[in-house]
Design a protein around this ligand. Structure first.
Ligand SMILES: [Zn+2]
Length: 166
């Protein structure tokens, strides 16, 4: 049945690139932020686009904070995950338009709070992720990482990290 073996030089057909893109997206769905492992890069809005170029994909990401050391790790994680899936990939970093906390999904904010980090809250008082009190204060603009600020809850007296609004 030699004649039935598909030729490696089969002509490309429409939709071939889309299949690769869908496979790449399925892999990227599991790539998490190294600093906040409950959030995926898609949850955070870091993952901007996946396009197919021939037999490889180009992944476009926008860093949450320029100079955030986690971004280098994220680039490597993306490349490693796609390589494991047998997909050739290139990661492109786009700085403009700048990432904003508005790109985070509501589900992402809920996961963040459940992880003990107050989600970004524009113009509102931060809620303590431990007891839910709004009686909180900022202790330091710098938390455990550059993306977070350190706050304290006056109700339960526990310090907590808050994702900086951006
Ligand atoms: Zn509290």
């Amino acid at each position: 049945m030699v004649g039935d073996t598909p030729s490696p030089t089969l002509p490309r057909f429409a939709g071939e690139g889309e299949g690769l893109r869908v496979r790449a997206l399925a892999v990227l769905k599991d790539v998490v932020d190294p600093e906040i492992p409950v959030l995926t890069i898609a949850d955070l809005g870091i993952l901007r686009d996946v396009s197919v170029d021939g037999d490889s994909v180009e992944v476009t990401i926008t860093p949450t904070y320029s100079g955030c050391p986690a971004m280098h790790a994220i680039t490597l994680d993306i490349q490693a995950a796609l390589t494991r899936a047998g997909i050739k990939a290139r990661v492109r970093t786009v700085l403009s338009p700048a990432w904003t906390t508005d790109w985070m999904s509501e589900a992402a904010k809920e996961k963040l709070a459940a992880f003990g980090i107050a989600p970004p809250e524009r113009g509102a008082r931060l809620k303590c992720p431990l007891c839910g009190s709004e009686d909180t204060e900022q202790i330091s603009a710098f938390g455990s990482t550059s993306c977070k600020a350190l706050h304290r809850c006056r109700a339960c007296r526990e310090p907590f990290d808050a994702f900086k609004c951006h």
